[in-house]
Design a protein around this ligand. Structure first.
Ligand SMILES: Cc1ncc(COP(=O)(O)O)c(C=O)c1O
Length: 453
């Protein structure tokens, strides 16, 4: 389907929106299945009938066939990971899946990040260059080690770390770069790794939303020194809570293992006495591991379906003036933990994004604005004003740091224009996916009414 030849015509028409416009729109756009079915009805927000009435697949999903192994763990009385068992089986299976030599299971994605930062020798008073467009746990993992999260800017087209913005942020304190494959969108890793290697910085991938995402033939989580994953309940591979660290270096993963297990030496990382090294308890339980082991095939199948539906959505949505699907780096494949697009209100009679979100939700397509400029929410002020940070960083550095948050123009653009749907939409039938496109077209046709009401 290609209606791009009619784009200008279409644009002219939506400026003077009205209910009768849908008919003209159909004629102008030619034979397009999704477009042909644009309802002439009033927007649901103004009392019309919602385009989509059937709901969306529930998440998380579980299967009765999983019950015996969960019960086996219960009855075994072996719940703590100790050595071997289900957790070790999961680690081996997940390492194979991601295409790395080693995997260490952890209690959560946050603890995977904290452990990795420690293993890469990020210490109190250091700086880590990180994506600002992420779940808050990414910032917190750095702050908990009393290091400073220094934000690279976000490329508005890819919604991930802009590699060109890294180098100017490097200081003598910088130890690591932490790209985030947010929403399952792979970062453009080649230039990120190149600039990190040039300055001898560690690369820790936050792949907490990117199970099976690919960049140039390799999986996210296998592209830096260490990769971190989350298996929290909303995730594509869920076990309530859970996480993993992936990597190809025995030394690094053994170091992670020791730190996640009260500092106990293991493999290549051993000392003269049992407690020769610091650590915490960031271990996974066997209950989590059996849940995860049984979902690996499902993850692979679900990923295929999400990709097919996301590709179909992008192909259709990019035909709508004012809707810009995300651009993926060359030769990469996303896994769509959320499906985001950028919204340009000027093509919708100035309908504010928040009202667009309400209107789309009313049409039966729940959506949200996604991550906001959370670096202004207070946690960084609180950190910078804490006794510890004041001891570790000069007043001058902390002031420059706080001032620099205002410079994240690309990120602001993403935060103020994005609309996103959760991954479970992408597991629906194709007819339901088409409803998303229809609903957005309907809102565009009626955007003047919606903007005024
Ligand atoms: C990008 C990102 N990083 C880190 C985390 C932290 O993972 P967890 O919730 O398992 O601690 C999450 C979880 O949502 C995440 O989405």
């Amino acid at each position: 389907m290609n209606i791009s030849g009619n784009r200008r015509q279409f644009l002219g028409m939506v400026g003077a929106a009205g209910a009768g416009m849908a008919v003209a729109l159909r004629k102008a756009a030619g034979a397009s299945r999704v477009l042909d079915s644009v309802p002439n009805d009033k927007p649901a927000l103004l009392g019309g009938t919602p385009v989509h009435k059937g709901g969306w697949p529930q998440w998380p999903e579980w299967r009765q066939t999983w019950e015996p192994s969960v019960l086996d763990v219960l009855r075994s009385g072996k719940w703590y990971r100790g050595g071997g068992g289900h957790v070790a089986d999961f680690e081996a299976a997940y390492a194979r899946l991601i295409g790395v030599k080693r995997c260490l299971a952890t209690a959560s994605g946050t603890t995977a990040l904290m452990v990795s930062l420690h293993a890469m020798d990020v210490d109190a008073g250091d700086e880590v260059i990180v994506s600002p467009f992420t779940f808050i746990a990414t910032y917190n993992a750095i702050l908990m080690g009393r290091a400073l999260p220094v934000f690279a800017d976000t490329d508005p087209e890819t919604m991930t770390m802009d590699p060109a913005s890294i180098e100017s942020r490097i200081t003598e304190r910088t130890r690591a770069v932490m790209p985030v494959h947010i929403y399952g969108l792979p970062c453009d890793m080649d230039p990120i790794v190149a600039v990190s290697r040039k300055h001898q910085l560690a690369v820790i991938e936050d792949a907490c939303q990117a199970w099976l995402a690919e960049y140039k033939g390799r999986k996210c989580g296998a592209l830096g020194d260490l990769g971190c994953f989350s298996f929290q309940e909303s995730k594509h591979l869920p076990s309530g809570e859970g996480g993993a660290i992936t990597g190809n270096s025995d030394q690094l993963v053994d170091r992670c293992n020791a730190f996640h297990n009260c500092g106990r030496g293991v493999g290549t990382f051993k000392g003269p006495k049992p407690y020769f090294s610091r650590g915490g308890n960031y271990r996974m339980q066997h209950f989590q591991a059996v849940m995860l082991l049984q979902q690996i095939d499902k993850l692979t199948q679900d990923t295929v379906r999400r990709r097919e539906n996301a590709d179909h959505l992008s192909m259709n949505l990019k035909q709508i003036p004012g809707i810009q699907p995300v651009r993926l780096p060359e030769n990469s494949r996303a896994v769509w933990h959320l499906y985001p697009f950028r919204y340009d209100a000027t093509h919708f009679n100035g309908l504010p994004r928040e009202r667009f979100i309400k209107a789309l939700s009313a049409e039966g397509v729940p959506c949200s604005a996604g991550y906001q400029e959370q670096y202004f929410d207070g946690l960084l002020d609180e950190a910078c004003e804490s006794r510890g940070f004041k001891r570790l960083f000069s007043a001058q550095r902390l002031k420059a740091y706080r001032d620099s948050l205002k410079e994240l123009k690309g990120n602001r653009q993403v935060c103020t224009t994005t609309v996103a749907m959760t991954q479970n939409h992408l597991l629906a039938e194709r007819a339901d996916i088409n409803h998303i496109v229809e609903a957005i077209r309907k809102i565009q046709v009626h955007s003047a009414d919606l903007a005024q009401a």
